[in-house]
Design a protein around this ligand. Structure first.
Ligand SMILES: N[C@@H](CCC(=O)N[C@@H](CS)C(=O)NCC(=O)O)C(=O)O
Length: 257
Protein backbone atom coordinates (compact mmCIF):
# COMPACT_ATOMS: atom_id res chain seq x y z
CA UNK A 1 0.00 0.00 0.00
CA UNK A 2 1.49 3.31 -1.10
CA UNK A 3 -0.13 6.53 0.07
CA UNK A 4 1.00 9.66 -1.77
CA UNK A 5 0.64 12.95 0.08
CA UNK A 6 0.55 15.51 -2.70
CA UNK A 7 -1.18 18.48 -4.14
CA UNK A 8 -2.50 18.36 -7.67
CA UNK A 9 -0.67 21.32 -9.15
CA UNK A 10 2.53 21.28 -7.10
CA UNK A 11 5.49 20.59 -9.36
CA UNK A 12 7.29 18.11 -7.10
CA UNK A 13 4.03 16.22 -6.60
CA UNK A 14 3.63 15.96 -10.38
CA UNK A 15 7.21 14.69 -10.54
CA UNK A 16 6.43 11.76 -8.23
CA UNK A 17 3.08 11.00 -9.90
CA UNK A 18 4.90 10.91 -13.27
CA UNK A 19 7.34 8.35 -11.85
CA UNK A 20 4.52 6.25 -10.33
CA UNK A 21 2.64 6.13 -13.63
CA UNK A 22 5.80 5.33 -15.61
CA UNK A 23 6.33 2.38 -13.29
CA UNK A 24 2.62 1.51 -13.24
CA UNK A 25 2.52 1.53 -9.45
CA UNK A 26 -0.84 1.67 -7.68
CA UNK A 27 -1.17 4.46 -5.16
CA UNK A 28 -3.73 6.04 -2.91
CA UNK A 29 -4.19 9.81 -3.06
CA UNK A 30 -3.95 11.82 0.14
CA UNK A 31 -4.35 15.41 -0.95
CA UNK A 32 -2.53 18.07 1.06
CA UNK A 33 -3.98 21.44 0.07
CA UNK A 34 -1.02 23.83 0.12
CA UNK A 35 -3.17 26.92 -0.30
CA UNK A 36 -4.98 25.95 2.88
CA UNK A 37 -1.63 25.23 4.51
CA UNK A 38 -2.57 21.65 5.22
CA UNK A 39 1.14 20.86 4.98
CA UNK A 40 1.54 22.67 8.32
CA UNK A 41 -0.79 20.34 10.16
CA UNK A 42 1.00 18.51 12.98
CA UNK A 43 -0.08 15.12 11.64
CA UNK A 44 1.48 15.91 8.25
CA UNK A 45 4.66 17.31 9.81
CA UNK A 46 5.09 13.94 11.50
CA UNK A 47 5.26 12.38 8.03
CA UNK A 48 7.35 15.15 6.46
CA UNK A 49 9.16 17.34 9.00
CA UNK A 50 10.33 19.57 6.12
CA UNK A 51 6.75 20.79 5.73
CA UNK A 52 6.66 20.34 1.96
CA UNK A 53 4.78 18.13 -0.45
CA UNK A 54 5.11 15.48 -1.66
CA UNK A 55 5.71 12.69 0.80
CA UNK A 56 4.64 9.08 0.76
CA UNK A 57 3.99 6.32 3.20
CA UNK A 58 4.85 2.89 1.90
CA UNK A 59 3.94 -0.09 4.05
CA UNK A 60 3.71 2.27 7.00
CA UNK A 61 7.11 3.93 6.44
CA UNK A 62 7.33 7.62 5.44
CA UNK A 63 9.63 8.54 2.55
CA UNK A 64 10.18 12.22 1.74
CA UNK A 65 11.88 14.46 -0.84
CA UNK A 66 10.66 13.96 -4.39
CA UNK A 67 14.01 12.93 -5.89
CA UNK A 68 14.65 10.43 -3.11
CA UNK A 69 11.08 9.16 -3.44
CA UNK A 70 11.53 8.60 -7.17
CA UNK A 71 14.76 6.63 -6.69
CA UNK A 72 12.99 4.58 -4.02
CA UNK A 73 10.00 3.91 -6.32
CA UNK A 74 12.31 2.87 -9.12
CA UNK A 75 14.23 0.54 -6.86
CA UNK A 76 11.35 -1.08 -5.02
CA UNK A 77 8.79 -1.60 -7.78
CA UNK A 78 8.86 -3.66 -10.96
CA UNK A 79 8.46 -2.05 -14.32
CA UNK A 80 10.98 -0.48 -16.65
CA UNK A 81 13.96 0.92 -14.79
CA UNK A 82 14.21 4.69 -14.82
CA UNK A 83 17.84 4.60 -13.65
CA UNK A 84 20.34 3.85 -16.45
CA UNK A 85 22.48 0.75 -15.96
CA UNK A 86 25.54 2.45 -17.45
CA UNK A 87 27.44 4.29 -14.66
CA UNK A 88 28.21 7.34 -16.82
CA UNK A 89 24.57 7.73 -17.87
CA UNK A 90 23.52 7.16 -14.26
CA UNK A 91 25.87 9.92 -13.08
CA UNK A 92 24.51 12.19 -15.78
CA UNK A 93 20.96 11.41 -14.68
CA UNK A 94 21.78 12.30 -11.07
CA UNK A 95 23.39 15.58 -12.11
CA UNK A 96 20.15 16.58 -13.89
CA UNK A 97 17.98 15.51 -10.97
CA UNK A 98 20.18 17.60 -8.67
CA UNK A 99 20.05 20.47 -11.14
CA UNK A 100 16.25 20.37 -11.03
CA UNK A 101 16.28 20.35 -7.21
CA UNK A 102 18.97 23.00 -6.76
CA UNK A 103 18.54 25.30 -9.77
CA UNK A 104 15.49 24.79 -11.98
CA UNK A 105 12.79 24.48 -9.33
CA UNK A 106 14.11 27.35 -7.13
CA UNK A 107 14.42 29.51 -10.27
CA UNK A 108 10.75 29.13 -11.13
CA UNK A 109 9.26 29.07 -7.62
CA UNK A 110 9.00 32.87 -7.09
CA UNK A 111 7.00 33.26 -10.31
CA UNK A 112 4.68 30.42 -9.28
CA UNK A 113 3.98 32.06 -5.95
CA UNK A 114 3.49 35.53 -7.39
CA UNK A 115 1.30 34.56 -10.33
CA UNK A 116 -0.43 31.30 -9.40
CA UNK A 117 -0.53 30.82 -5.65
CA UNK A 118 -1.21 34.45 -4.75
CA UNK A 119 -4.62 34.67 -6.47
CA UNK A 120 -5.83 31.74 -4.37
CA UNK A 121 -4.41 32.78 -1.00
CA UNK A 122 -4.38 36.56 -1.02
CA UNK A 123 -7.62 36.90 0.95
CA UNK A 124 -6.42 34.56 3.65
CA UNK A 125 -7.17 35.53 7.19
CA UNK A 126 -4.04 36.95 8.89
CA UNK A 127 -4.65 35.15 12.14
CA UNK A 128 -4.95 31.84 10.35
CA UNK A 129 -1.80 32.62 8.34
CA UNK A 130 0.27 33.40 11.42
CA UNK A 131 -1.05 30.35 13.21
CA UNK A 132 -0.02 28.14 10.29
CA UNK A 133 3.33 29.82 9.77
CA UNK A 134 4.25 29.38 13.41
CA UNK A 135 4.54 25.67 12.55
CA UNK A 136 6.62 26.13 9.38
CA UNK A 137 9.95 24.36 9.84
CA UNK A 138 11.57 26.64 7.24
CA UNK A 139 11.55 30.35 8.19
CA UNK A 140 12.45 31.49 4.64
CA UNK A 141 9.44 29.67 3.25
CA UNK A 142 7.20 31.06 5.99
CA UNK A 143 8.35 34.56 5.09
CA UNK A 144 7.66 33.80 1.46
CA UNK A 145 4.04 32.90 2.31
CA UNK A 146 3.65 36.17 4.26
CA UNK A 147 4.99 38.18 1.32
CA UNK A 148 2.82 36.26 -1.15
CA UNK A 149 -0.29 37.05 0.84
CA UNK A 150 0.46 40.57 2.09
CA UNK A 151 2.56 42.30 -0.53
CA UNK A 152 1.67 43.27 -4.10
CA UNK A 153 2.78 40.95 -6.93
CA UNK A 154 6.55 40.95 -6.83
CA UNK A 155 7.30 41.88 -10.45
CA UNK A 156 11.05 41.92 -9.81
CA UNK A 157 10.88 38.34 -8.51
CA UNK A 158 8.94 37.29 -11.61
CA UNK A 159 11.54 38.90 -13.88
CA UNK A 160 14.39 37.32 -11.94
CA UNK A 161 12.64 33.95 -12.21
CA UNK A 162 12.36 34.38 -15.96
CA UNK A 163 16.09 35.20 -16.28
CA UNK A 164 17.20 32.28 -14.09
CA UNK A 165 14.83 29.90 -15.86
CA UNK A 166 16.21 31.01 -19.23
CA UNK A 167 19.74 30.21 -18.12
CA UNK A 168 18.60 26.83 -16.80
CA UNK A 169 16.72 25.74 -19.91
CA UNK A 170 19.56 26.95 -22.14
CA UNK A 171 21.71 24.41 -20.37
CA UNK A 172 19.13 21.69 -21.03
CA UNK A 173 18.91 22.66 -24.71
CA UNK A 174 22.68 22.63 -25.13
CA UNK A 175 22.96 19.23 -23.51
CA UNK A 176 20.16 17.76 -25.64
CA UNK A 177 21.76 19.21 -28.78
CA UNK A 178 24.25 16.30 -28.69
CA UNK A 179 21.55 14.31 -30.50
CA UNK A 180 20.65 11.95 -27.64
CA UNK A 181 16.89 11.76 -27.03
CA UNK A 182 16.89 12.04 -23.24
CA UNK A 183 18.71 14.07 -20.62
CA UNK A 184 20.79 11.15 -19.38
CA UNK A 185 21.48 9.94 -22.93
CA UNK A 186 19.81 7.07 -24.73
CA UNK A 187 17.21 6.08 -22.18
CA UNK A 188 14.32 7.91 -20.55
CA UNK A 189 15.21 8.31 -16.89
CA UNK A 190 14.44 10.03 -13.60
CA UNK A 191 16.20 13.09 -15.02
CA UNK A 192 13.42 13.56 -17.59
CA UNK A 193 10.81 12.78 -14.94
CA UNK A 194 12.27 15.50 -12.71
CA UNK A 195 12.59 18.26 -15.29
CA UNK A 196 9.31 17.77 -17.19
CA UNK A 197 7.06 19.28 -14.48
CA UNK A 198 9.22 22.41 -14.39
CA UNK A 199 8.73 22.89 -18.13
CA UNK A 200 5.00 22.32 -17.73
CA UNK A 201 4.91 24.94 -14.96
CA UNK A 202 6.70 27.41 -17.23
CA UNK A 203 4.07 26.80 -19.90
CA UNK A 204 1.33 27.64 -17.38
CA UNK A 205 3.28 30.75 -16.42
CA UNK A 206 3.22 31.62 -20.14
CA UNK A 207 6.99 31.36 -20.41
CA UNK A 208 6.97 28.86 -23.29
CA UNK A 209 8.25 31.56 -25.63
CA UNK A 210 11.59 31.24 -23.85
CA UNK A 211 12.34 28.06 -25.80
CA UNK A 212 11.31 29.36 -29.23
CA UNK A 213 14.93 29.23 -30.35
CA UNK A 214 15.81 26.01 -28.58
CA UNK A 215 15.03 23.22 -31.07
CA UNK A 216 16.62 20.41 -29.10
CA UNK A 217 14.64 21.30 -25.97
CA UNK A 218 11.45 21.65 -28.01
CA UNK A 219 11.72 18.18 -29.46
CA UNK A 220 12.55 16.75 -26.01
CA UNK A 221 9.34 18.38 -24.70
CA UNK A 222 7.35 16.73 -27.52
CA UNK A 223 8.89 13.34 -26.72
CA UNK A 224 8.16 13.66 -23.00
CA UNK A 225 4.56 14.73 -23.63
CA UNK A 226 3.98 11.75 -25.92
CA UNK A 227 4.57 9.31 -23.08
CA UNK A 228 1.33 7.68 -21.86
CA UNK A 229 2.24 8.37 -18.21
CA UNK A 230 2.45 12.10 -18.89
CA UNK A 231 -1.27 12.54 -19.52
CA UNK A 232 -2.09 10.66 -16.33
CA UNK A 233 0.36 12.47 -14.07
CA UNK A 234 -0.16 16.06 -15.12
CA UNK A 235 -3.32 17.77 -13.82
CA UNK A 236 -6.26 18.68 -16.00
CA UNK A 237 -7.38 22.31 -16.03
CA UNK A 238 -9.81 21.86 -13.18
CA UNK A 239 -6.98 20.73 -10.93
CA UNK A 240 -4.70 23.59 -11.94
CA UNK A 241 -4.03 26.73 -10.01
CA UNK A 242 -5.41 29.83 -11.64
CA UNK A 243 -2.70 31.84 -13.32
CA UNK A 244 -1.54 33.55 -16.51
CA UNK A 245 -2.55 30.61 -18.72
CA UNK A 246 -5.55 29.57 -16.63
CA UNK A 247 -7.53 32.74 -15.99
CA UNK A 248 -10.47 30.77 -14.61
CA UNK A 249 -10.30 32.00 -11.06
CA UNK A 250 -13.38 29.85 -10.65
CA UNK A 251 -11.12 26.87 -11.24
CA UNK A 252 -12.24 23.92 -9.13
CA UNK A 253 -8.74 23.72 -7.76
CA UNK A 254 -9.22 25.01 -4.22
CA UNK A 255 -11.82 22.34 -3.57
CA UNK A 256 -10.39 19.58 -5.70
CA UNK A 257 -9.88 16.42 -3.70
N1 LIG B 1 12.99 19.44 -2.12
C1 LIG B 1 11.58 19.22 -1.94
C2 LIG B 1 10.85 20.47 -2.39
C3 LIG B 1 9.36 20.31 -2.27
C4 LIG B 1 8.63 21.64 -2.39
O1 LIG B 1 9.24 22.71 -2.44
N2 LIG B 1 7.32 21.55 -2.44
C5 LIG B 1 6.52 22.75 -2.50
C6 LIG B 1 5.41 22.59 -3.51
S1 LIG B 1 6.07 22.35 -5.13
C7 LIG B 1 5.91 22.98 -1.12
O2 LIG B 1 5.54 22.03 -0.46
N3 LIG B 1 5.78 24.23 -0.72
C8 LIG B 1 5.18 24.57 0.53
C9 LIG B 1 5.93 25.61 1.32
O3 LIG B 1 6.96 26.10 0.83
O4 LIG B 1 5.45 25.97 2.40
C10 LIG B 1 11.13 18.00 -2.75
O5 LIG B 1 11.71 17.79 -3.81
O6 LIG B 1 10.24 17.24 -2.31
Amino acid sequence: MLELYHDWDAVCSVKVRFCLYEKDVEWVSRRVDLCRHEHMRPEYLKINPNGTVPAMVHNGVPIIESSVMNEYIDEVFDGPSLVPSDPVARARMRVWVKFEDDVLHPAIRPASYALMVRPVVRSMNQEQLEHMMANHPNPDRAENWRRTINAPVDEAAVEAARAKATAAITRMDQSLADGKPWLAGDTFSLADVACAPMIDRMEWLMMAGLWNDMPALKSWIDRVKARPAYAKAFPDTSHRLPGPANPAEGSLYPDAV
